[in-house]
Design a binder for this molecule. Structure first.
Ligand code: HEM
Length: 500
């Protein structure tokens, strides 16, 4: 009896061990000359990087140790962390290494196979369809949304600014969620005012689920996952979020086909200029190409919702933090803003004003270097790739470790110094473009980067016109964590002093 029980316990372990051993042996035939930390049997280096707080410091320590691209094993799966700029250029310029790494599958229940998660011909086709939606003439129409939502954010910050310091991220995240909702779908979830919104709660829940699955080997396993509480929460949240997007699409579609003439008109019934949302542009396209279905549109709209709010929230938050702790830099940004609005300090910013905020743009760029919102970008090799005489095997996960590249003294003198002048015209001239990639690079770069820059300038300039930013008192320490987006476990606290 005891023998049978032992056999039942030991057999799966033996199978697991054999699988791990042979898989690692297989990959090592290709990867043996690539440096990397020694791992433990069965789990590899999982213990060192399998948490939101340890992942970045550990990867940075490997980067400092090996001074070149390195490998890490999670179980039997090898990950190649590309940090050599030649590697980055090769991977990001490739028109065939387009498939995202396995981790993206945790997002795909929400986003389906939208622009972020798709690959091959589907990705190529959709990228071509969606690119015109980010034309500057379209973006110009969104400035009004940036202005009105930033206005609400300022009023919320005024309410919050009474105590010694305020944690920026939660307030800014609600503002960027409202902005993306209005620009992507033309509706409002009113996240800034309605703290009980079910949709907003469910978006947060889905972000949480993705983090939990990314860092838990048990939840990452599809067979075990369906028995978990996380699965039940995800199912509930997906229903709410998908139903919402689908109902908005149905309504806009009914308006489109019901009264196409009125819909296509550029003014509303009161003669005001009508705002087009991304969704409208996709609906218009679908009338010309019926193979672009309602479900395709849903997936792309949900992709904007996911990719377009947490990224900008974090970026705005860290840029404001940097401005609070570097008063000289803040002073220069404020002087630039005062100059732009010298004709009327109360008026709203237009597209041209935002374009003129050149120094603020340098500050945002430096902030994205020091605090890269997306710290790494994953790809999966679907076939063997010959890279400069080294054969990288099919199945290898490649991570572009841009956090490491941005902090490298090889590319940035005194990398720990916050210095926006790195991005003035003179200093930018000769920079290798692959040493600065907060929005990735190559064919799969961020399609929303111009939108993001305008939104960040709008929100930051609104806040600076209303508040002087000061470091928190007592001093606040940022404790980085990484759940796919750079965050701080201790919050990002600063003091806000009303200007009038
Ligand atoms: C500061 C804010 C932002 C940062 C730092 C950022 C960064 C990135 C990065 C690094 C990628 C490449 C990801 C990968 O290959 O896995 C990406 C892709 C993408 N981003 Fe952004 N993003 C930002 C804002 C936005 C906004 C506002 C939108 C939409 C309105 C957006 C939409 C997308 C989409 C759809 C993709 C996938 C593009 C493709 O694969 O063709 N992003 N972003």
């Amino acid at each position: 009896m005891l023998g049978t029980i032992l056999l039942i316990i030991v057999s799966p372990l033996i199978v697991w061990f054999a699988y791990w051993y042979y898989t690692v042996q297989y990959y090592e035939r290709y990867l043996k000359n690539i440096p990397g930390p020694r791992g433990l049997p069965l789990i590899g280096n999982s213990l060192d990087i399998a948490s939101t707080t340890t992942i970045l410091p550990t990867l940075i320590s490997y980067y400092n140790k090996y001074k070149r691209s390195f490998k890490v094993y999670i179980g039997s799966q090898p990950y190649y962390f590309a940090t050599d700029v030649k590697d980055l250029e090769f991977i990001l310029s490739s028109t065939t290494i387009l498939t995202k790494s396995a981790i993206y599958k945790f997002i795909s229940k929400w986003l389906g196979i939208g622009l972020l998660t798709s690959t091959g011909n589907r990705w190529r086709k959709h990228r071509k369809i969606i690119t015109p939606a980010f034309h500057f003439q379209i973006l110009e129409d969104f400035i009004e949304v940036f202005n009105s939502q930033s206005e609400i954010l300022v009023s919320k910050l005024k309410e919050e600014s009474k105590p010694a310091s305020v944690d920026l991220y939660p307030l800014i995240a609600r503002c960027t969620l409202d902005i993306i909702c209005e620009t992507a779908m033309g509706t409002t979830v009113n996240a800034q005012n309605d703290l009980d919104s079910e949709y907003v709660k469910c978006v947060k829940m889905l972000l949480q689920v993705i983090t939990e699955r990314t860092f838990s080997p048990l939840l990452a396993n599809d067979m075990l996952y369906i028995f978990s509480d996380t699965y039940r929460r995800e199912k509930y949240a997906l229903k709410i979020v998908h139903d919402y997007t689908r109902s908005v699409i149905k309504r806009r579609k009914a308006e489109f086909f019901g009264d196409s003439k009125n819909y296509e008109s550029s003014v509303d019934s009161l003669g005001r200029k009508k705002k087009r949302a991304f969704l409208d542009l996709l609906l218009e396209y679908s009338t010309r190409d019926p193979s672009f279905t309602e479900e395709d549109i849903r997936q792309e709209v949900d992709t904007f919702m996911f990719e377009g709010h947490d990224t900008t929230a974090t970026s705005i938050t860290f840029a404001l933090y940097a401005l609070a702790i570097y008063p000289d830099i803040q002073e220069k940004v404020f002087a630039e803003i005062e100059n732009i609005f010298s004709d009327d300090p109360k008026r709203n910013a237009n597209y041209r004003d935002l374009q003129e905020m050149k120094y603020l743009e340098m500050v945002i760029k430096e902030s994205l270097r020091v605090y890269p919102t997306v710290a790494q970008i994953g790809r999966a090799l679907e076939e063997d790739v010959d890279w400069n005489g080294v054969l990288l095997p099919k199945g290898l996960m490649i991570y572009i470790f841009l956090y490491g590249v941005h902090q490298s003294s090889e590319w940035y003198e005194n990398p720990e110094k916050f210095d926006p002048e790195r991005f003035n015209a003179e200093n930018s001239k000769n920079r290798n473009p692959f040493t600065y990639i907060p929005f990735s690079a190559g064919v799969r770069n961020c399609i929303g980067q111009k939108f993001a820059m305008l939104e960040m300038k709008s929100a930051i300039s609104h806040i600076l016109r209303n508040f002087e930013l000061l470091p928190a008192s007592p001093e606040h320490k940022i404790l980085f964590e990484y759940d796919g987006i750079l965050k701080s476990t201790s919050g990002v606290r600063i003091q806000l002093k009303k200007r009038y």
